[in-house]
Design a protein. Structure first.
Length: 323
């Protein structure tokens, strides 16, 4: 069989296999639906097998298609890495870089990261969102790198670096701080309503797991995606919350009438990861990782020490991130 395989056709097939939708695939690639269909048809003629079952919605990948997808991922990644390296030899500045950051990280560290990387990257783009949205955007190639709570270990084509581990903390109205300091976790849940982070968020899921492990299920009365909304409810005496030091920074908690306390039981830690595609952007990834680690060590940790002085985040950092 001829090895005259069109790399663009492979890229189209990879994208269609991810989206399972002709319209979404064509929109993502910036081509017509007819062009997508022609690419798939060329591959099917080349291999002599059906790669997609078009009778289903969403589209189904055949067994042959799954084999092609699994084996072509590495080929395309290697080609993209090579292109990046070749281009990097001809430019002094780094190529375009698209960053997606969880909201808590974007508002606290984003400006410093943006300023530092903009001196090294020719075209830098940054936006924020909740973890599930960022994970989808990384897989869809809308972004190149994300900072999130999800290491995405189910995706072997991705690499991840743990940037920070932070404990869960109790956040209570300032007027209730002395009373809450002597309570058990169960007594806290009974004393005031728990203001929850949305179960759509990774943090919300982490907190629910923490409570379920201790057989606690406070009534669901208030639930929000944003840290500021959660902490505003607490500041106004409407309940208490389980959050993290980064949430306190994100919500500008120093302007609110609340207090942060250690939880009265051993807690799990929320990990924040830098996640990116393996063998891509290799000329710049070490620089990017260094920038994020420097920002955490010089900006984030000192600010967290101000709002939760009992938390020793430096002890929770990966060894390579302590500077």
């Amino acid at each position: 069989m001829s090895l005259n395989i069109n790399l663009w056709d492979l890229h189209v097939f990879e994208t269609l296999a991810e989206t399972r939708n002709l319209t979404a695939c064509s929109r993502q690639l910036g081509v017509t639906q007819s062009a997508v269909s022609q690419s798939i048809a060329r591959l099917e003629r080349l291999f002599g097998v059906m790669l997609m079952d078009r009778s289903h919605r969403p589209l189904l990948i055949t067994r042959a298609g799954e084999i092609l997808r699994r084996n072509s991922i590495g080929v395309l990644q290697e080609i993209r890495r090579t292109v990046d390296e070749v281009r990097a030899t001809e430019i002094e500045e780094l190529p375009m870089l698209r960053l997606g950051l969880i909201d808590t990280f974007a508002t606290t560290a984003g400006p410093v990261v943006m300023k530092s990387l903009s001196r090294r990257v020719e075209n830098l783009q940054m936006w924020s969102g909740i973890t599930p949205m960022l994970s989808t955007e990384l897989l869809n190639r809308t972004v190149d790198i994300i900072v999130s709570n999800d290491p995405m270990t189910a995706n072997p084509e991705l690499e991840r670096e743990c940037l920070l581990q932070e404990p869960l903390v109790a956040v209570v109205p300032k007027s209730e701080a002395d009373r809450f300091m002597t309570m058990t976790l169960a007594e806290m849940c009974a004393a005031l309503p728990l203001v929850r982070f949305s179960a759509r968020s990774n943090l919300g899921q982490t907190i629910e797991y923490f409570l379920s492990q201790r057989r606690l299920s406070p009534a669901r009365t208030m639930e929000f995606d944003a840290s500021e909304a959660v902490l505003r409810m607490v500041s106004n005496g409407l309940g208490w919350a389980i959050a993290t030091p980064m949430c306190l920074l994100h919500a500008h908690s120093s302007t609110m009438d609340l207090a942060a306390l250690p939880l009265p039981t051993q807690t799990i830690r929320r990990r924040i990861y830098l996640v990116y595609r393996r063998n891509e952007l290799t000329p710049i990834m070490s620089d990017v990782i260094d920038v994020f680690r420097q920002v955490i060590a010089t900006v984030i940790i000192p600010r967290i020490a101000d709002v939760t002085p009992w938390v020793d985040l430096a002890a929770d950092l990966p060894a390579s991130s302590v500077v």
